[in-house]
Design a binder for this molecule. Structure first.
Ligand SMILES: [Zn+2]
Length: 71
């Protein structure tokens, strides 16, 4: 019985760790919207987190630009 409790705790810890790492490496799926282009560059919006950005070279950013919580 003790082994089962230990296994349960191990699984919970493993899930927590993988969930955290998954959030940390959460990558953005950028989609361009040429109707919102400006002098600053091509407009991209992230389908995952809703972040918006503009890039001068017309390529989507490599990193996630998830907006900071305004709390
Ligand atoms: Zn994102």
């Amino acid at each position: 019985m003790f082994v089962f409790i230990f296994l349960l705790i191990a699984v919970v810890v493993w899930m927590a760790v993988t969930f955290r790492s998954r959030q940390a490496v959460k990558d953005c799926r950028w989609r361009e919207n040429r109707s919102k282009d400006s002098e600053a560059g091509r407009y991209f919006i992230c389908m995952n987190c809703g972040a918006e950005t503009r890039t001068g070279d017309g390529k989507p950013p490599k990193i996630c630009r998830k907006p900071q919580d305004a709390s």
